[in-house]
Ligand binder design. Structure first.
Ligand SMILES: [Cu+2]
Length: 112
């Protein structure tokens, strides 16, 4: 009987630890990124292929990006900066002009 209690305690501890870790470390954010096509999608998502970003998915239809990231490793404003550096405007930051002019013609989305 003593062993069973120990096992139950151990399993609960592992479950609890796993649960806490996955919740504490992954933050999800969704915001608008101005762009046009599949190539834009690739450029934007590649720009976010850095440490701390677990996944990034930009929709060519809604122009919204969904990012899962580790807030203890990267900040939300850094995510905007990375996208801006690749030439794309976000809700909060303006895309780098030089990077924008280097984008293929089809990707030069209309700027406001
Ligand atoms: Cu494009």
């Amino acid at each position: 009987m003593k062993n069973i209690s120990k096992i139950i305690a151990l399993v609960s501890l592992i479950t609890f630890t796993t649960f806490c870790n996955s919740n504490a470390q992954t933050t999800k954010v969704k915001f608008k990124v101005f762009g046009n096509c599949e190539m834009c999608k690739k450029t934007i998502e590649t720009a976010l292929d850095v440490k701390g970003v677990k996944s990034a998915n930009w929709s060519t239809e809604s122009k919204m990006i969904e990012i899962a990231y580790q807030a203890d490793k990267i900040s939300e404003s850094k995510l905007h900066e990375l996208i801006a550096a690749s030439g794309y405007d976000t809700e909060k930051s303006k895309g780098d002009d030089k990077a924008y002019s280097n984008l293929p013609g089809c990707c030069q989305y209309t700027r406001k």
